[in-house]
Design a binder for this molecule. Sequence first.
Ligand SMILES: NC(=O)c1ccc[n+]([C@@H]2O[C@H](COP(=O)([O-])OP(=O)(O)OC[C@H]3O[C@@H](n4cnc5c(N)ncnc54)[C@H](OP(=O)(O)O)[C@@H]3O)[C@@H](O)[C@H]2O)c1
Length: 231
Amino acid sequence: MGDRPYTVLSCGVSLDGYLDSATGQRLLLSNDADFDRVDEVRAASDAIMVGAGTVRRDDPALLVRSAERQRRRVERGATATPVKVTVTAKGDLDPAAHFFTTGHCEKLVYCAAPTADQTLEALSGLATVIDGGPEVTMHAISEDLHRRGVRRLMVEGGGTIHTQFLTEGVADELQMAVAPLFVGDSRAPRFVGDGEFRWCAEHRAALIEVRPIGDVVLLRYALSERAPESA
Ligand SMILES: NC(=O)c1ccc[n+]([C@@H]2O[C@H](COP(=O)([O-])OP(=O)(O)OC[C@H]3O[C@@H](n4cnc5c(N)ncnc54)[C@H](OP(=O)(O)O)[C@@H]3O)[C@@H](O)[C@H]2O)c1
């Protein structure tokens, strides 16, 4: 396998392991202090990735919010906010989404071959569309991002994306904020779907840190030998 960025999977989950509600209303799981922690992690990243489902459902801007953190990035020669990355098979992405319209940074869209041409046309001038071949893998995206200079990647979901980074073995660290609430509806999206995960009863993940942040708890797990042993 070629080089790939140090990859942090970041998510907020309910006590029953959901990423969101099943209703049309977006569920806020974290508190302000935890959103600020996430902003710090973003500021330390070269690229931030979400799946096309999250772009459609949440319409996130994926920017570093703190002006001070933006300033420090620019001081060290980086853009104020990291490269944004998404992936799609259908190519159904709204050019008016915040992903494309906010931030003076590069926007990369990895697209499965059958819809690459139409996506390129729809997003012309807004993003770089990369033909990922018939089947796009997180492995191939990781290697391509590394070739483009990304050394630290933050993956912010959703569950379909987290599942693939975990099952393909291309994640280094998990940062999970557990919120004190239940969703209680199996139609809601879970942190991960079915798959073969290397962390199981015989092979438990190593805990790096547990940090209470107001009413949420941050759990950090090492997913590769590149992750730190402790905070
Ligand atoms: N709590 C949190 O931390 C958090 C963070 C992020 C998101 N969320 C929630 O998670 C939910 C969305 O999760 P999700 O699993 O439905 O969506 P997702 O993981 O954001 O995106 C899934 C989509 O990404 C594209 N995709 C994924 N793998 C691909 C591959 N190998 N090749 C090509 N395209 C690929 C497909 O897009 P196309 O359909 O366009 O082909 C697929 O439908 C939302 O409810 C959101 O609010 C929660």
